[in-house]
Write a protein that binds this ligand. Structure first.
Ligand SMILES: Cc1cc2nc3c(=O)[nH]c(=O)nc-3n(C[C@H](O)[C@H](O)[C@H](O)COP(=O)(O)O)c2cc1C
Length: 201
């Protein structure tokens, strides 16, 4: 009986290892796009920044996965540089479910298998401009991976909202404090690399 049990266990172990290896190989072969929104200027707990918190994380993801980067920017960026004024503008945009016009696009979008979508948490969600980008594209067959920077909310409803907006298959997301991305880059990078490794990248 003991022998039978160890044979079953050995079989299961082999199957698990075999499967995990196959999954890692699969993700490494995927063509990756990293789409993000990020804001410079005055930000919560980091002062006046010249590189956005999410931009720092997005670049780490692209570096680690060999992915291409696309920054979602407004065509006419009228966002205030001052933090409090920005929170009011963002609230108005969210309340009206706005789709602000964005600059540029990803011309070869169909070629990507996995799309990381990230941004700052604004009022519990991503900035509306990210949804402008999403609405422009066909997500059928894509795998979407959410990531955010925040100052306390964590991922909040972002994975659900992205699932609803894209209908795509979702992988587990990452939430990093904005001030850690900005001021403790080695720690941020360790979090990014560990998360990507768990997903098989
Ligand atoms: C308009 C606005 C709304 C925000 N709302 C939230 C929020 O709901 N929850 C949270 O944890 N942080 C919130 N924050 C903080 C940002 O998510 C955080 O500072 C983020 O790292 C900024 O990233 P960025 O530099 O890439 O834009 C908000 C910041 C702004 C400007």
């Amino acid at each position: 009986m003991k022998k039978l049990f160890s044979s079953i266990l050995a079989g299961l172990t082999f199957f698990t290892i075999h499967n995990a290896t196959a999954e890692i190989k699969d993700m490494n072969n995927k063509k990756v796009l990293v789409v993000y929104f990020s804001k410079t200027g005055e930000q919560y707990s980091v002062g006046n920044i010249t590189e956005g918190n999410t931009a720092i994380v997005a670049k780490m993801i692209a570096e680690q996965t060999g992915g291409s980067l696309f920054e979602v920017k407004l065509k006419n960026d009228t966002y205030p540089a001052a933090y409090t004024a920005l929170t009011e503008a963002a609230k108005a945009e969210k309340n009206s479910n706005a789709r602000p016009e964005i600059a540029g696009d990803v011309s070869d979008f169909d070629n990507y298998d996995v799309v990381f979508i990230g941004g700052p948490v604004w009022w519990g969600d991503l900035p509306m401009a990210v949804y402008t980008f999403i609405d422009k594209h066909n997500w059928s067959g894509k795998t979407v991976v959410p990531f955010v920077t925040h100052e306390g909310s964590g991922l909040t409803s972002v994975p659900n909202n992205l699932k609803n907006a894209t209908g795509a298959e979702m992988l587990d997301g990452l939430a990093i404090y904005g001030h850690i991305a900005q001021n403790e880059r080695a720690k941020a990078k360790e979090n990014v690399v560990n998360w990507l490794n768990k997903l098989g990248f």
